[in-house]
Design a protein around this ligand. Structure first.
Ligand code: SF4
Ligand code: SF4
Length: 283
């Protein structure tokens, strides 16, 4: 999206093709994604049968798939909060990617997502059959979208493994569903049920006061963004992923302002916070 070039993107068909995000593919070795798990999955977002209450639980194929991916209700270690935040912030700002310990979850690759691929991702584009790509609405020349098959799966997903893992889209490399619990976004706010389920399993570790302060900053940022949609280029967040990733990117504003408050005893005006957030997320 204009103004947020690093933002992972997903497009909702039922929302006039708006923003999204995505991420990692499955692991050839049987695992999925992230450090120690090989390939990961991804995401993006679109109208989905799963999102439609009229379809939930009525399509046997979907229901079976959902249950198989969600049978494990155990908590997942999300890592030390400050370490994770530093990594995901870098991934969002540089497009370098982040290792997510997805285990056997491949929800991102099976959630009816349109995956945005930028024109600079030439290696990725060369590995995807041209018939699977189409111009991304509202984006500049060369920006493409890759759709999904009749089951909602990414066409590059072969036997639950990403067939182009080493050259997967940047959108896939930078998606991390831990952004939801980190920014205190509730499951009910996440428009992709499979991902919402997985997101609630993550538990971060808070080793120091610094970890707790950073989490407070991210959550305060998300709360502020909800109350001040003017921070967003399009006047509002497109979805929960957009809100969460912007909270991650802009949390440094709240860290700085908290320092200033401690030094001066003054609380900045909302207008100045809005300006600072816009400057931060557009850098
Ligand atoms: S390209 Fe497809 S299969 Fe590969 S990680 Fe991205 S969504 Fe998953
Ligand atoms: S939903 Fe989360 S854990 Fe599952 S594949 Fe996507 S990023 Fe990994």
């Amino acid at each position: 999206m204009a103004g947020f070039p690093v933002q992972p993107q997903i497009y909702h068909l039922n929302d006039q093709f708006r923003e999204t995000s995505r991420r990692s593919p499955p692991n050839p070795a049987g695992g999925l994604f992230g450090a120690g798990h090989g390939p990961a999955t991804r995401l993006g977002s679109l109208i989905s049968l799963l999102n439609d209450p009229a379809n939930c639980g009525r399509n046997p194929r979907i229901e079976i798939g959902f249950r198989s991916m969600c049978s494990d209700e155990q908590q997942l270690p999300g890592g030390v909060f400050s370490t994770w935040l530093s990594e995901v912030d870098a991934a969002l700002n540089t497009g370098s990617g982040i290792d997510v310990p997805c285990g056997d979850c491949i929800a991102c690759c099976k959630s009816h997502q349109f995956i945005h691929i930028e024109p600079t991702e030439t290696e990725t584009l060369s590995r995807i059959p041209k018939e699977l790509l189409f111009p991304a609405p509202g984006e500049g020349p060369g920006n493409m979208l890759m759709g999904y098959d009749e089951h909602g799966c990414c066409p590059m997903l072969v036997e639950d493994s990403c067939s182009i893992y080493s050259h997967r889209p940047r959108t896939c490399r930078t998606y991390d569903c831990r952004v939801f619990p980190a920014s205190d976004i509730k499951n009910t706010e996440i428009d992709i049920p499979l991902i919402a389920h997985q997101a609630q399993r993550w538990k971060f570790t808070y080793e120091t006061r610094h970890d707790q302060d950073l989490r407070s900053a991210v959550q305060a940022t998300a709360d502020f963004l909800r109350r001040h949609p003017e921070c967003f280029a399009d006047g509002s967040p497109h979805n929960a992923t957009h809100l969460a990733t912007m909270a991650i990117k802009a949390h440094k504003v709240f860290v700085r302002m908290d320092e200033e408050r401690k030094n001066t005893g003054q609380i900045p005006e909302d207008r100045k916070v809005v300006e600072a957030i816009i400057a931060e997320i557009r850098n």
